[in-house]
Design a protein around this ligand. Structure first.
Ligand code: ZN
Length: 356
């Protein structure tokens, strides 16, 4: 049985930049000239090449261009098909992989203006995340401030794999700006490719790279807690996107148990990590790494210990074999309603203001 998603808020979907040519009108003169002179062709993430099967269901793949580049298809297949009220666009164009922070900042401006001009202006159900140059937090804050006046931008988007753990104070100006403008920070599967995606070096296969994205998310989550980010920024919400959630119970148990023994080294963490995470961190649904039977999924969700942490998502147009059955079997009707509507509204203050 397919669970109805009418009126839901889709917290992770992926309109794709067709190529650098699409950004040229949105780049400033200097970077437009540099892209042309240097022959810079594109920034597609090597962790998610457009042609791999997982990047799109076959019936969601357009006859030309990349999956996620056609607004009419996105309307029909992601918005109308799931009857979603709003959907948040997370544009993955690997701009954080550039080593030149000024170039990255120019690209981020172009991506954010492109998504506003080509998607948000043309479809009122769409919202978006602000893409920021993680290479330089001061430039990232500039970009947040430049776009924060537009209420259609509802969060800040970061990749799971970075130059250093995201809890480090180097990144705190980004969290201060996000908290100031009531923007959750999404940490999405992806990487700046400064480090291997596994903790034991570079893997050989895409399958390995994708599966261990959840390990990167766990490491970032623990870094945010241990470094005291949520103590310093009590109004901050972090959303882990496309990195799973069924691993969460074991992670909470392990983090909390170890904290009990080692809490003296991080006195600013004055509550159990499990409690901090339940209060400040949310997880998007798809792809749902669900166990094979509904009772097992129900048990896993109960072990998380909160019905507020899951956010509905389709991950359109990515393909992880869930089809139109985006909500897995085994979740209670009450939890499904919260996941589809209540939890996203609580997570995204800018969306809540829109619907009131
Ligand atoms: Zn995603």
């Amino acid at each position: 049985m397919t669970t109805a998603t009418t009126g839901a808020i889709d917290c992770d979907m992926h309109p794709a930049v067709p190529g650098m040519h699409a950004l040229l009108p949105y780049l400033d003169d200097h970077w437009r000239e540099q892209v042309s002179l240097r022959g810079i062709g594109g920034m597609d993430p090597s962790s998610f090449p457009p042609t791999i099967p997982a990047n799109s269901r076959p019936d969601w793949r357009p006859t030309k261009d990349k999956p996620g580049t056609d607004l009419a298809m996105l309307r029909a297949q992601a918005l109308d098909a799931f009857a979603t009220r709003y959907a948040i666009c997370n544009c993955l164009y690997a701009v954080q992989a550039a080593y030149n922070a000024d170039f990255a900042a120019g690209l981020c401006r172009a991506v954010n203006d492109w998504i506003a001009g080509e998607w948000l202006d043309r479809e009122s159900r769409l919202r978006a995340s602000i893409v920021v140059p993680l290479q330089d937090p001061a430039l990232a804050v500039e970009e947040i401030e430049r776009r924060a006046g537009d209420a259609r931008f509802v969060q800040v988007l970061l990749p799971a794999g970075c130059e250093m753990p995201l809890g480090r104070r180097f990144y705190w100006p980004i969290y201060a700006a996000a908290e100031r403008y009531r923007l959750p920070v999404a940490i999405h599967a992806g990487s700046t490719f400064r480090h291997a995606t596994t903790s034991n070096g570079w893997p050989s296969y895409y399958l390995e790279d994708y599966v261990v994205q959840s390990h990167a998310a766990q490491a970032q989550l623990l870094s945010l807690v241990a470094e005291g980010v949520f103590t310093k920024f009590p109004g901050l919400t972090v959303v882990l996107s496309e990195t799973g959630f069924t691993w969460l119970p074991q992670f909470l148990w392990r983090a909390t148990k170890t904290w009990r023994a080692m809490r003296s080294e991080i006195p600013w963490v004055d509550r159990a990590p499990a409690d901090i995470i339940r209060d400040h961190v949310r997880f998007t649904l798809q792809p749902a790494d669900a166990p094979p039977d509904a009772p097992a999924l129900q048990q896993a969700v109960e072990q998380i210990g909160s019905d507020r942490v899951l956010l509905f998502s389709t991950d359109y147009p990515h393909w992880h074999f869930d089809g139109v059955q985006a909500v897995p079997e085994g979740l209670s009707a009450d939890l499904v309603r919260k996941m589809l509507i209540d939890n996203p509204l609580e997570t995204y203050p800018r969306l809540k203001e829109t619907v009131q």
